[in-house]
Design a binder for this molecule. Sequence first.
Ligand code: PLP
Ligand code: COI
Length: 340
Amino acid sequence: MEKKNIDWSNLGFAYQVTDKRFVSNYKNGAWDEGVMTEDATITLTECAGVLQYAQTCFEGLKAYTTEDGRTVCFRPDLNASRMKDSCERLEMPVFPEDKFVEAVKAVVRANEAYVPPYGSGATLYIRPYMFGSSAVIGVKPAEEYQFRIFCTPVGPYFKGGAKPITIRVCDYDRAAPHGTGHIKAGLNYAMSLYQIVDAHEQGFDENMYLDAATRTYVEETGGANFIFITKDGTLVTPKSDSILPSITRRSLMVVAEKYLGMKVEHRPVRFDEIKDFAECGLCGTAAVISPVGKINDHGKEICFPSGMDEMGPVTKKLYDTLTGIQMGRIEAPEGWIVEI
Ligand code: PLP
Ligand code: COI
């Protein structure tokens, strides 16, 4: 397969149109078979549920070229199952999980020329999403829906790749208790845009959100879960009903315990504990693991001993093992790697 002429090593995390995408429509209570199409545009009624009441959710996963030249993706079944949870919470019809995985594979296969080569530092980001497509004017769920999957080659989410970033404690909340923080609803991201623009204007890379009810526990950032490493090498990661259950974080917990023999704690993490941690990172499909060097709490700086120059040593081991599994250098647990 001849690859596209793309400067893979200099890609940022940005959209570029690829050749084909998957589209399936839900009408009269059923999903159609779905098709691959070259049309990257969508025509909708002005009154579509997604446009009026933000009835939409999405997923994100990646495809990789392995060291031995296979094209694979990472745990797509977990994206299918999380999307089911999102749909149920948003009164949207579930797209069958097995068909979700098949459609992901079909999209990658149809755009194989855009899957970045092994060792280029880039990956193919896959974006499944669903939205209410029929007209609603009273506040209620749409009757018709569209499920689509496109893909686009991407580089690192944060400029500078593995360089530690600086984040700040945010005064706004991301998710209410008993709200929608645990699902991947578009609305969670719409309401974070004000804060992220402001963070960037103030010179910070991301926002650290605290729990909305008490502002004493660490939740997550706008697009990734937290991992912390204690001074004695334990992986600690926040537990809360209002954070998104990151597939990367769940995978890292297994990697830490089973591959690296580390102790793992998944528990509520108080904000006042973090000054005692040795390393901090953000984990997610887009972020992979992005090390955090510094957290700014209203002018007071919490600087991790791992510093601002490079990833901490334990974070690096986690990063190398996870990406080693994803790129086929290290044997994966059963079912984690799905060949295209
Ligand atoms: N938290 C939020 C709010 C996210 O948007 C994401 C990205 O998907 C994550 C965490 C990381 O989740 P995952 O590892 O499944 O990509
Ligand atoms: C992902 O990591 O897949 C996400 O959806 C996060 C988003 C902020 C790009």
